[in-house]
Design a protein around this ligand. Structure first.
Ligand code: HEM
Length: 577
């Protein structure tokens, strides 16, 4: 037999063997799993590619998953096989009851299903011993115990003066931008504010992130430079190579070295306080975490520095993104803005200048922030529609992890990456009804208590929109999970809620924002904004998030701002120029 005949015979056999292998890998392994149409050769790769190409290529993958989820008939879980592009089969969790099975402690996993390795991509940024990527054993429990006290609500409220002083800088910057009338990226302002706050709360350190470049703290600039090396625009192979082997190790060493100096100083203060027989004066998260430490060994020092990096990472852009979306939604709805202003007038008094608001909040006579129920409802609704993060878990092959579907079937998901898709879970029409995609803070008033501070009282009755709440519908607590639930829930959620309430209270009445570019208001022929059926301005094209380690507004939220106090009719912000 000649070579040509051999090749001609071998080729179909090779193709047949490949087909058989792929068939076993894809069709048989995924049998019984709800999924969109699959191809033996491509798995779901081609489908995901096609759906990605249907929208902006930079949009967050959650939007693509949601479109495919609808195509597949909205199953509670959905298998996606993107091998070999992803090294494992992916199970997207779209239902809150199934998500609970993964994130709650179980017989198999005492502290819930371990985190997947996805966070390893940013290990340099958060440190090798980071609480965020820790798989979830006793070492994680010990870390959580050590750092929990610094994030307790009763402790955080003592840091209100620091949060307010950083917020004042933010309002000053907004005032200047309102005077100049220029367009700007709200993301930059919000992120430098949340950076300042997280550094103050965690380290009692002034990042000066809101000052012009050149006047910022060197730890801040080093950390921001390190962060930038994880930017997806740096993902070109040549940049990746340069970052991985050049910039990143250098920046990590610099950040670690500065942090270690700060931590050593804090530990010395702690020892001095102990020797003097009184508690240390320092109130930062780090200071509190050193209270039970007897010796600052190299291990303890590195672990502490890693957690600071983790808190800086997890605590800046998540809160910033939430603020940006809340401000954007307010700019589209005069009705919600008025309701918010009414509540702020009622609880904080009619003066809208920063000094009056701060004095009132710091008066300490009553829990004023706790009374800002409509403000909290706005934050809660923002977190529902625009969750900044999600959770990915994985149990190793052979662990025996099964998920029970609503029809009673059990699926073995060992080796799968389980992606708890906050975006689709919190827009589930089975839970949120026909208004699932609408921004409707009122849904949280009255009969639902799914967050730590929701305690809707007398204001709920008086608030506009109360009648629009879907009658009798109550949202199960697990259907609202932007901070995830179970033992691995967000350690910083109370801080995020506190920051968001303070910042919204400080800006909501003093400033009015107008989106520019993507997501801008649609103007009618008469030059006025086109108002939709529920009093919300219509937009030319929807605003959306991109993935940049976490979810972030696609254009960094380009806006213009005006001072609301200038509100003579002719000065009012008019979305349609
Ligand atoms: C709106 C703001 C925030 C959102 C939406 C958010 C969301 C989340 C989510 C979904 C998780 C679970 C991640 C996973 O399972 O992989 C998480 C964990 C975490 N978050 Fe947040 N977060 C926010 C603010 C903060 C802040 C201000 C901090 C401050 C330190 C923080 C620190 C952490 C940490 C350390 C973890 C890991 C906890 C553990 O595994 O024990 N987050 N966050």
């Amino acid at each position: 037999m000649g070579l040509l005949q051999l090749v001609l015979l071998a080729t179909p056999i090779g193709i047949w063997l490949l087909y058989k292998w792929l068939y076993r890998l894809r069709i048989e392994q995924l049998k019984g799993f709800p999924q969109p149409p699959i191809s033996v050769f491509w798995g779901h790769l081609k489908l995901v590619g096609e759906y990605t190409a249907k929208g902006n290529p930079n949009r967050h993958s959650d939007y693509v998953f949601e479109d495919i989820h609808k195509l597949a008939g909205r199953p509670e879980v959905m298998a996606l096989d993107m091998r070999p592009a992803l090294g494992y089969p992916l199970l997207i969790i779209n239902d809150h009851t199934i998500a609970e099975q993964i994130v709650k402690p179980s017989k198999l996993f005492k502290y819930s299903t371990p985190k997947s390795a996805t966070m390893e991509a940013i290990q340099g940024l958060i440190g090798d011993t980071s609480i965020i990527s820790n798989k979830g054993g006793e070492d994680w429990k010990a870390l959580r115990k050590r750092f929990n006290p610094g994030f307790a609500p009763s402790h955080l409220i003592t840091l209100l003066p620091q949060i307010l002083s950083k917020t004042e800088m933010f309002t000053n910057r907004l005032t200047k931008l309102a005077e100049s009338g220029e367009e700007f990226e709200l993301e930059k302002l919000c992120t430098s504010l949340t950076f300042d706050i997280i550094a103050a709360v965690v380290l009692d350190h002034d990042f000066k992130a809101q000052l012009p470049e050149g006047q910022q703290d060197s730890l801040m600039t080093d950390y921001a430079a390190l962060l930038k090396t994880y930017d997806s625009s740096e993902a070109m192979p040549v940049n990746r190579f340069r970052n991985r082997w050049g910039k990143q190790p250098r920046l990590i060493a610099r950040v670690d070295s500065t942090l270690k100096v700060i931590i050593r100083t804090k530990f010395s203060e702690e020892l001095a306080a102990r020797a003097a027989g009184h508690p240390s004066k320092g109130r930062s998260v780090i200071q509190l975490s050193l209270q039970d430490i007897t010796e600052l060994t190299p291990d303890v020092l590195q672990t502490t520095a890693d957690q600071v990096k983790s808190f800086l990472f997890a605590g800046h852009d998540t809160t910033s993104t939430t603020l940006q979306w809340a401000i954007y939604e307010l700019s589209l709805s005069p009705r919600i803005r008025t309701a918010l202003a009414d509540e702020l007038d009622h609880v904080l008094g009619p003066a809208t200048d920063f000094a009056s608001i701060a004095t009132r909040l710091l008066s300490g006579k009553e829990d004023l922030l706790g009374r800002l129920t409509y403000t909290s409802a706005i934050i809660k609704e923002t977190l529902r529609l625009y969750p900044a993060a999600a959770s990915a878990r994985r149990s190793l092959p052979g662990s025996g992890l099964t998920l029970r579907l609503s029809d009673g079937r059990d699926l073995c998901v060992d080796g799968w990456v389980l992606y708890v898709n906050h975006y689709s879970i919190m827009r589930d029409p089975k839970v949120y009804g026909e208004s699932a995609d609408e921004f409707m803070p009122e849904r949280w008033l009255g009969d639902v208590d799914t967050s730590m501070e929701a305690e809707y009282g007398f204001e709920a009755e008086a608030l506009p929109g109360k009648g629009e709440k879907e009658s009798g519908r109550s949202v199960p607590p697990s259907a609202w999970r932007p901070f995830e639930r179970g033992p691995r829930n967000c350690i910083g959620q109370e801080l995020a809620n506190l920051e968001a309430r303070v910042i919204l209270a400080a800006v909501a009445r003093g400033f009015e924002f107008e989106k520019v570019g993507i997501g801008r208001v649609r103007c009618g022929e008469d030059g006025a904004p086109v108002v939709g059926p529920k009093g919300k301005y219509e937009v030319v094209e929807p605003m959306f998030n991109r993935r940049q380690v976490t979810s972030k507004p696609i254009d960094n939220m380009v806006v213009r701002v005006k001072l609301a106090k200038l509100h003579a009719e002719e000065n009012q912000i008019k979305p349609c120029y």
